[in-house]
Ligand binder design. Structure first.
Ligand SMILES: [Zn+2]
Length: 188
């Protein structure tokens, strides 16, 4: 299966957010490894930018437009959108949404350039949240919503730390580059 990350970026922000897309490209490779380890699923990954033209009626601003884009690209591909808007409806508590072979999260805009820690701590865990829902669902796990939301609540309200991984995708607390939900209750 192909997992295709699509970073939505407004045309006028293309250059200033280039460094974020570079992070997204590394993050895609990281999630390939994480998914294999956590869900025993082999995926290929790809990461691309989707440029939203300024001021036009073609600027995507809601989830239905993303679902149409997903359909037009092919529903056998898992499309994961990193967007500049939050989903208009969702059961999720993390500004994300998922459906069959579909994921999205609002990709928080870092207050300053090259703040990798912000991308790691704010955005990366949300991606793992939605990936966990969908891969648990695909493996036939019944409580694919509740399990992830129980974990998420522990991060939000019980100070359970995220898992951190370095640039070699090894779990670490030093020189971390990526962060995910705690997978100790998921791993089989
Ligand atoms: Zn959720």
């Amino acid at each position: 299966m192909l997992l295709h990350f699509i970073f939505l970026v407004k045309e006028e922000e293309l250059e200033q957010r280039r460094w974020e897309f570079e992070y997204v490209q590394k993050m895609a490779l990281f999630y390939k490894t994480w998914i294999e380890k956590t869900f025993s699923k082999t995926v290929e990954v790809q990461a691309d930018e989707m440029i939203a033209k300024s001021g036009g009626r073609f600027r995507i601003v809601d989830t239905p437009a993303l679902l149409l884009d997903h359909e037009s690209r092919g529903t056998d591909i898992f499309h994961f959108y990193l967007t500049y808007f939050r989903p208009i409806w969702t059961d999720c508590t993390c500004e994300g949404y998922f459906a069959d072979n579909f994921g999205m999260v609002q990709w928080g805009k870092s207050p300053q350039k090259d703040d990798i820690d912000y991308l790691m701590e704010v955005n990366c865990p949300k991606v793992s949240h939605e990936l966990a829902h969908e891969f648990l669902r695909q493996t036939g796990y019944k409580n694919y919503k509740e399990l992830v939301h129980d974990i998420w609540d522990k991060h939000l309200f019980a100070s359970v730390p995220y898992e951190h991984y370095d640039s070699n995708f090894s779990q670490t607390e030093k020189d971390a580059l990526f962060a995910t939900i705690d997978t100790s209750s998921i791993r089989t």
